[in-house]
Write a protein that binds this ligand. Structure first.
Ligand SMILES: Cc1cc2nc3c(=O)[nH]c(=O)nc-3n(C[C@H](O)[C@H](O)[C@H](O)COP(=O)(O)OP(=O)(O)OC[C@H]3O[C@@H](n4cnc5c(N)ncnc54)[C@H](O)[C@@H]3O)c2cc1C
Length: 349
């Protein structure tokens, strides 16, 4: 079996195929270096606070895997269940958030609505009277962060121990096909044959699908993130505001890790634009004016793959022996900053 893309999904697919299904003859092909795509560029947030039962069940299973991952893979993924707090900035939004939190609880997942006073107690630096005053929020305490490089490397090492070959600097450039099947994978290092092939290339899903002769409903956009210089512990949860379009947490090293929405145009570039960066930073400063003194240390972007209903695609393709895992760059805070302020529940998935 060949898996294209050595990100979290490609590597995890290889590991579980080997460990759970006994398939050992696997190669993972990566055009750059392992974990160099979105997996090593993300803001490390893990959660399962989803509105729809199907999404809740799926992502809570994922969170449960994270809860046992360090032990299973014998590699510290630095899981930190510091909680993820979603803020409400109006009575209507708070009402939406109550429904959201209740739905999550009905789905069997921890969730708790918080008053503004409780929010302030949890995060003393927050400015409750910001431009869109904070009316409360809800927290999923089991949410938090897991170190992204560690996740990639733990799966890579564990897969490798099962005999999986991870081939870096090997870009897939096309497919040989015959009678609706893939008969060979063309790469910059030669053509490889495989019984089955899986595409796990995030923002390049549509590019690979085109090589195989079909289309997928995936839009590629730049999603950026940034970190401040490190400071002493001052923020002990992940905090997210769907309305003012930003989220922030503090890394173990003390940096504030900041993210927001995707750039509002399609792109395959792994870099973000200044307007979105300014928008995200100004939103964070509305919430935490004290952070205005901090210097920004690094800024970067990945190419996210977004589907129309913002849920991933996993499974078969029009080619008999070609599979796909994509559309993971879901619309947590994506969309046009002005447009989606009107949609309190858009984020619930
Ligand atoms: C800035 C940012 C912040 C994010 N924050 C979060 C977050 O906090 N929490 C969260 O859950 N998710 C977050 N995400 C989304 C998350 O990172 C992705 O959903 C996840 O990493 C996707 O993993 P993947 O393995 O599918 O893709 P990737 O990690 O991107 O791996 C795909 C790999 O395929 C390779 N590839 C592409 N084309 C080819 C080719 N032709 N041949 C060979 N290899 C190829 C790429 O080089 C890449 O290494 C964020 C994303 C970004 C960009």
């Amino acid at each position: 079996m060949v898996i294209i893309g050595a990100g979290g999904h490609g590597l995890a697919t290889a590991y579980y195929l080997a460990s759970n299904h006994g398939i050992k003859n696997i190669a993972v092909l990566e055009k750059g270096y392992l974990g160099g795509g979105n997996t090593g560029r993300n803001t490390q947030v893990i959660r399962s606070n989803y509105f729809w039962p199907q999404s809740s069940a799926f992502f809570d299973r994922s969170l449960q895997l994270y809860e046992g991952l360090s032990r299973e893979l014998n590699f510290n993924v630095m899981l930190s269940q510091r909680g993820i707090l979603t803020l409400a900035h109006s009575h209507h939004e708070l009402e939406g958030i109550r429904r959201w939190a209740n739905a999550i609880m009905i789905n069997g997942i921890d969730s708790r609505v918080m008053t503004p006073a409780e929010v302030k107690e949890l995060m003393p630096l927050i400015n409750l009277d910001c431009r869109f005053p904070i009316h409360g929020g809800f927290i999923q305490q089991r949410g938090g962060t897991a170190r992204h490089d560690a996740v990639a490397w733990s799966y890579a090492r564990a897969a490798s121990e099962y005999g999986v070959d991870i081939i870096q600097q090997c870009e897939v450039t096309g497919f040989k096909t015959q009678a609706g099947r893939v008969t060979g994978i063309k790469t910059t290092r030669g053509t490889i044959g495989a019984d089955k092939t899986s595409i796990a290339v995030a923002g390049h899903t549509s590019v690979l699908a085109k090589m195989a002769g079909f289309r997928v409903p995936v839009t590629s956009m730049s999603l950026q993130a940034m970190v401040s210089e490190p400071v002493k512990p001052c923020l002990n949860t992940v905090v997210l505001s769907p309305v003012i379009h930003a989220y922030v947490s503090q890394s173990d090293r003390g940096e504030l890790v900041i993210g927001g929405g995707a750039d509002v145009y399609n792109s395959y570039a792994q870099r973000g634009g200044i307007p979105m960066l300014e928008e995200v930073i100004s939103s964070v400063l509305e919430l935490f004016p004290a952070f205005s003194r901090l210097r920004l240390m690094r800024q970067w972007a990945g190419t996210v793959d977004v589907t129309p209903d913002t849920t991933p695609i996993m499974g078969k393709t029009p080619m008999d022996n070609l599979y796909i895992s994509g559309g993971w760059g879901h619309r947590w805070l994506q969309g046009h900053p002005r447009g989606w302020r009107n949609h309190g529940l858009h984020n619930c998935q």
